[in-house]
Every structure is written in structure tokens, then in C-alpha cells.
Design a protein around this ligand. Structure first.
Ligand code: FE2
Ligand code: FE2
Length: 304
């Protein structure tokens, strides 16, 4: 959980990054972003149809995944607590702040979806019950270094997914909400990325194998969401989030440009091997992206 006492060594950095986070974070209010005057009561006999809100299948899939992922917050908080903050202190303070910021994401997205009838509310609620019932959380709870790598990649990937979803939404309020949520995710990403950078400086020989394991097994936190593969495919087809974006906009800027793993020196054999594995896996992700773009059907967006 705390290999080599790394969490204690990182605590002063957590203090300064937390202060930086608070100085950059702007207060915002979910209730101000939703067009409440559009709202109507839901008659229990009413059934949803795609004509209730004009958008594409890809946007509906992206919103479904984004929202249910945000809904799963209790388990991410549990993972964070087990990995970083069981002893409280500054790590506990950060994870409580992080949780309170994350908690407004599902609130504002769901309110906007319900007001505008973007997604079938019955299917959405059933999926939420199922997803939370699964109790999935990322499997890094035994190693703080793996946790730092995972959350760095995941926050950035989530920022991209929210931001690109917003770009595909024509309704200005919906677009603004997804952009606002993406801005929160960006600050989370910067916090974790810079913390992982210091961990890499402190213990590169432990950090590199942790990074290799997380890069090789990374997946968006969607396990347990009904229809996850189908919706991910729709999202990838629309280039909201796919392998190429994961490679070009997550792995390359973070692992290569920021953590600069190619130029690290003085690594032991295990860390050298881990670096080779990371680079080989990144090449594989790039290739998968290219292959996917070749088979990607050239079709107009489907409005359903
Ligand atoms: Fe979030
Ligand atoms: Fe986040």
C-alpha cells in the first residue's frame, strides 16, 4: 500500500500541489448551469423516444458512459482511501476535496440530461443501479505508485472524453456543462501528474515497473456499465475517445513528454525492462489506433 514509505516522502509535495490546486480551482454551481424552465414532470406512463432530444447515437453513448462513470464515485473514493489516505493527514484532505469536486459532475450532467430528455431515464436509472451494484473500482489498491500512474492517465482520459462529448453537443448549456466538468478533470490530472513526477524522481526503480503495469492494463473505469463495449465502440467511431487519442493525447504527452521515461538514466535491470515494455505497449496502442481508423466506417453521424 505504501511501498518504501513513499506516501510519507510525497506528503510535502501533496501539501504544495493541494495549495496550487485550491488557487487554480474556481467555485462553480451545478444548479446555475441547467435550463430548469425547460423542465416538465415525468408522467410514469410516458416512454422515452430518441425524437425527444436531437443528437447523435455517439453523443448518447458518450453521455451514458460519462455519467455512469461519474456515478461510480463511492468506489473511486474507496480506492483512493485505501491506496493513499487511510492514515488521513494531507492525503485525506486531498481525497475529501477531490471527492466533493467529483460529486457535482454526476449531479449537473444528470440534471441536464433529465431536463432535456436526452437519454431514456428509465434505462439510465436501471443501468445506474446495476453499475453501483457491481461495486467496481480500479485494481490498484495495493500499490500507491500504481495508483498515482493510473489516476494521472485516467483523469486526463476523462477530461478528453468529457471535452470531446461537449464538442459534439449542439445545445449550448450541455456543451458548457461538459466543458466545465472537463476543466475540473484537468486540474485533477495536473495534481496527479505532478505528484507522479516527484515519485518518479524519488524512486524511479520502483516507479517504472508500476508505470509499466498501469500502461499495459489501462482501461477506462467502465466495467459494470451495461453495454459498455457497445457504447465504447460508438464513442470511438465518432472520435470522442479512441486508441489513437489515448496514444497521442494521453500516453505521449504524459509518459514521454512529461515523465520523460526515454531519457531516464541509472535505472536498474527491472526498471530498464519496464521502460522497454512501456514503449512496446505504446507502439501497440498506436498500431491498434491505426487499424481501427482503417476499418472505421465512413458514415454520417446517426441521429437516433
Ligand atoms: Fe469527474
Ligand atoms: Fe476528476
Amino acid at each position: 500500500m505504501n511501498p518504501g514509505g513513499i506516501l510519507d516522502e510525497l506528503a510535502p509535495t501533496v501539501v504544495s500541489l493541494y495549495e496550487r490546486h485550491l488557487s487554480m480551482a474556481k467555485e462553480w454551481f451545478p444548479h446555475q448551469m441547467v435550463q430548469w424552465s425547460r423542465g416538465q414532470d415525468y408522467d410514469p406512463e410516458w416512454t422515452w423516444s430518441a425524437g425527444d432530444f436531437q443528437t447523435t447515437k455517439a453523443v448518447r453513448s458518450a453521455l451514458f458512459l460519462n455519467l455512469l462513470t461519474e456515478d461510480n464515485l463511492p468506489f473511486y473514493t474507496l480506492a483512493l482511501h485505501r491506496t493513499f489516505s487511510a492514515d488521513g493527514g494531507i492525503w485525506g484532505e486531498w481525497s475529501r476535496r477531490w471527492t466533493s469536486e467529483e460529486d457535482r459532475h454526476s449531479t449537473v450532467i444528470r440534471d441536464w440530461i433529465h431536463i432535456n430528455r436526452v437519454i431514456d431515464p428509465v434505462a439510465l436509472e436501471r443501468a445506474r443501479m446495476k453499475q453501483i451494484g457491481v461495486g467496481y473500482y480500479p485494481d490498484y489498491a495495493t500499490n500507491a505508485l500504481e495508483g498515482l500512474v493510473y489516476v494521472s492517465l485516467q483523469e486526463l482520459a476523462t477530461r478528453i472524453a468529457h471535452h470531446n462529448t461537449g464538442k459534439h453537443i449542439e445545445d449550448p448549456a450541455g456543451k458548457a456543462i461538459l466543458t466545465r466538468v472537463a476543466a475540473d478533470e484537468n486540474l485533477h490530472f495536473l495534481f496527479y501528474r505532478d505528484l507522479a513526477t516527484v515519485a518518479l524522481e524519488l524512486d524511479p526503480n520502483a516507479m517504472m515497473p508500476a508505470m509499466a503495469r498501469m500502461v499495459k492494463t489501462f482501461e477506462m473505469p467502465g466495467t459494470g456499465i451495461p453495454g459498455f463495449e457497445k457504447h465504447s465502440y460508438n464513442v470511438a467511431l465518432a472520435k470522442i475517445f479512441d486508441y489513437t487519442q489515448f496514444h497521442d493525447q494521453v500516453l505521449v504527452p504524459v509518459v514521454l513528454r512529461h515523465w520523460k521515461i526515454e531519457s531516464l538514466t541509472g535505472l536498474d535491470d527491472g526498471a530498464e525492462r519496464a521502460r522497454d515494455e512501456i514503449l512496446a505497449h505504446m507502439a501497440l496502442v498506436a498500431e491498434m489506433g491505426e487499424r481501427f481508423s482503417k476499418i472505421r466506417p465512413v458514415v454520417a453521424p446517426q441521429y437516433v
